[in-house]
Design a protein around this ligand. Structure first.
Ligand SMILES: Cc1ncc(COP(=O)(O)O)c(C=O)c1O
Length: 374
């Protein structure tokens, strides 16, 4: 693929940390992980960072932490209907039921105006997802949560370095999570991070990450539900390099994103694209578009771009009504119209830091060619 989602290039810093793990004959959680956690927290100003084996595990341990705050198995956790499946799977894995809320078509994020109607006596938390690096409306979400006594968890797996009112996402609610899978702004192969500014949450997250043991203990004393969600020192070696390079990666991706937005400005009549509001900084995770006219055939566009060597993905769609995995919840098509529309008419592709100007021009040319032929 000429335009992939992301590319991992392992440089000298990562090699040095990999080598140090090799020399110590140590490939589990160790000194590299501790340094990665410290550097991640420091770079983004979180009080604590807890490295995990994946972004999914970071969400699982964060949602599972709700048990410490009075939540019981089977309680409900609000989450957007349209999102990568990991968030809803994490809610199930932690012992809760996802309560889906439709998204706003222009932001792709959970629609705060529809949250209150989804709250029941069993609701314990809102897991907001900053989809495609765009911060959710955290003012509205925080306000609802405070009034209704709910916890707020921010799935920021696609939003490294995104800001809402000058605060890094992930640190606004009780806990936030990041993914370091290949397409992301920091890549450790596999890996994730749970962050929090609350020391009580941090201790619980560390405990849940290691089968509910007391924090920092290896003993077989299990205080709460837990998993083995630990990161290893080889992955952390790559992550440390990702922190070193973060600013350059972010800036280069942002340049690519802005350039492609500029090159496709005249396609505005055909597609809805990312829009950054004055109070926010969108993380350049990927370039997305949603067709304004369903007759313009997203499946055809998807195939056309893939045939042109541009790697595409859909925009996830409505988990409760367009994916069989959540059929057991009994929702009907039509209940989540915006998520369903985005599922049928949206796609995204990479704007990663290793692309060149002519790759972006190539993508724009391909898009223009598709829409001109309609
Ligand atoms: C919103 C969201 N949550 C969670 C995840 C899970 O991260 P991972 O693939 O590292 O498990 C992803 C992955 O990209 C994601 O986009």
């Amino acid at each position: 693929m000429r335009v992939s989602f992301g590319e991992l290039r392992i440089g000298d810093v990562a090699r040095r940390y990999l080598q140090s793990a090799v020399e110590k004959n140590w490939a589990s959680q160790g000194e590299n992980v501790a340094e990665f956690e410290r550097r991640f927290a420091e770079r983004f100003g979180y009080a604590e960072a807890v490295a995990c084996s994946s972004g999914t595990d970071a969400v699982i341990i964060s949602v599972a932490a709700l048990h410490d705050f009075g939540a019981e198995r089977g309680d409900e956790v609000i989450t957007p209907a349209c999102s990568f499946v990991a968030t809803a799977n994490a809610i199930l894995a932690a012992g809760f039921t996802p309560k889906f809320v439709d998204v706003d078509r222009s932001t792709l994020n959970i629609d705060p105006a529809q949250i209150e109607a989804a709250i029941t006596p069993r609701t314990r938390a809102i897991v907001a997802v900053h989809t495609m690096g765009k911060p959710c409306d955290m003012d509205a979400i925080t306000d609802i949560a405070q009034r209704r006594g709910l916890r707020v968890i921010e799935d920021a797996c696609e939003a490294h370095g995104a800001k809402h009112r000058n605060r890094y996402v992930g640190g606004i609610g009780d806990a936030g999570q990041f993914s370091f899978y290949a397409a992301h702004l920091i890549c450790s192969g596999e890996g994730g991070m749970a962050v929090t500014n609350d020391p009580e949450w941090a201790a619980i997250l560390r405990s849940v990450r290691s089968h509910g043991r007391p924090t920092g203990s290896d003993f077989f004393e299990f205080q709460r539900f837990g998993t083995n969600s630990k990161m290893n020192d080889l992955e952390a070696a790559l992550g440390i390099e990702g922190i070193d390079q973060f600013d350059a990666t972010f800036d280069q991706r942002k340049i690519h994103m802005n350039r492609l937005l500029e090159l496709t400005d005249d396609l505005e009549e055909f597609v809805e694209r990312s829009r950054q509001a004055p109070h926010e900084l969108i993380s350049p995770h990927a370039f997305h578009l949603v067709l304004r006219n369903p007759d313009h055939d997203m499946k055809k566009l998807y195939a056309f771009l893939e045939d042109s060597s541009i790697q595409c993905k859909t925009l996830f769609g409505s988990l409760p009504t367009q994916h069989r995995a959540f059929g057991f919840l009994g929702h009907q098509l039509g209940e989540f119209p915006n998520s369903e529309y985005i599922g049928d008419n949206g796609l995204h592709f990479g704007v990663h830091q290793h692309l060149q100007d002519d790759d972006l021009e190539f993508v724009s040319e391909r898009l223009h060619s598709y829409f001109k032929a309609l």
